[in-house]
Design a protein around this ligand. Structure first.
Ligand SMILES: Nc1nc2c(ncn2[C@@H]2O[C@H](COP(=O)(O)OP(=O)(O)O)[C@@H](OP(=O)(O)OP(=O)(O)O)[C@H]2O)c(=O)[nH]1
Length: 196
């Protein structure tokens, strides 16, 4: 059994890594806003990755690399961050999970969407957890308010597509899947107010 001193030093190491990760992502996303009309009630974009990480811990997932990957999951897709930079700062495992959760923005949207459905079943357990937590956050955000310019038809399509993606990660985490199922079973009727 680890001594109390070792446990304290492991905890300090983990907390320090976590804070470094949040600090890194917050700086990278500092010029970005969400797509909703208020730019997420004037919160910074970093509230999205932090919210995804919170969905994981709320579901009982505390693995440090998974939490770090959740916090970093949009940095390469949406900012000037490279995979090399992530590996250098946070190690190979975190880089690999982030890579599994990153769309290739050089592809057209329809192809990116198709690939998410096709590739999700083949992702690692940790990447699937991040994907589920990310979609849960985005669907809950849609329940709150529609992003600027999203029509009812687009919201409906987003729900249908998100379900196909998360269906590919079934058997990953029951708590996350139950929360997603609750959203899917309620349908989109509650999400259609304030839309075009
Ligand atoms: N619901 C919601 N989503 C927002 C908001 N602001 C930004 N987004 C992002 O928009 C994405 C969906 O927008 P789309 O127009 O369908 O796709 P695109 O951004 O990839 O072009 C979501 O990512 P995703 O496609 O689900 O997944 P991923 O790209 O993060 O994997 C989500 O991260 C917001 O205010 N509300």
């Amino acid at each position: 059994m680890a001594s109390q001193e070792t446990q304290v030093s492991n905890a300090s190491f983990d907390i320090s890594k976590l804070i470094d990760t949040i600090d890194f992502a917050a700086k990278k996303h500092s010029f970005q806003k969400r797509k909703d009309p208020q730019g997420t009630r004037n919160l910074a974009y970093i509230n999205h990755p932090i919210g995804v990480a919170k969905n994981l811990t709320d579901a009982g997932i505390y693995d440090l690399a998974t939490i770090q990957a959740a916090i970093l999951h949009d940095t390469v897709e949406d900012t000037d961050t490279s995979f090399e930079e992530i590996e250098q700062q946070f190690g190979r495992e975190v880089r690999d999970i982030v890579a599994e959760c990153t769309d290739d923005k050089t592809l057209v949207k329809s192809e990116r969407k198709r690939l998410q459905i096709e590739t999700t079943p083949h992702k690692s357990q940790k990447a699937k957890e991040v994907k589920l937590a990310d979609k849960l956050y985005n669907l809950r955000d849609l329940q709150r308010v529609a992003p600027t310019g999203w029509s009812k038809k687009y919201i409906q399509e987003y729900f249908t597509w998100a379900k196909k993606v998360t269906d590919g990660a079934r058997g990953t985490n029951q708590k996350l899947e139950d929360q997603l199922d609750e959203i899917y079973s309620n349908g989109i009727c509650n999400q259609l107010h304030n839309t075009l």
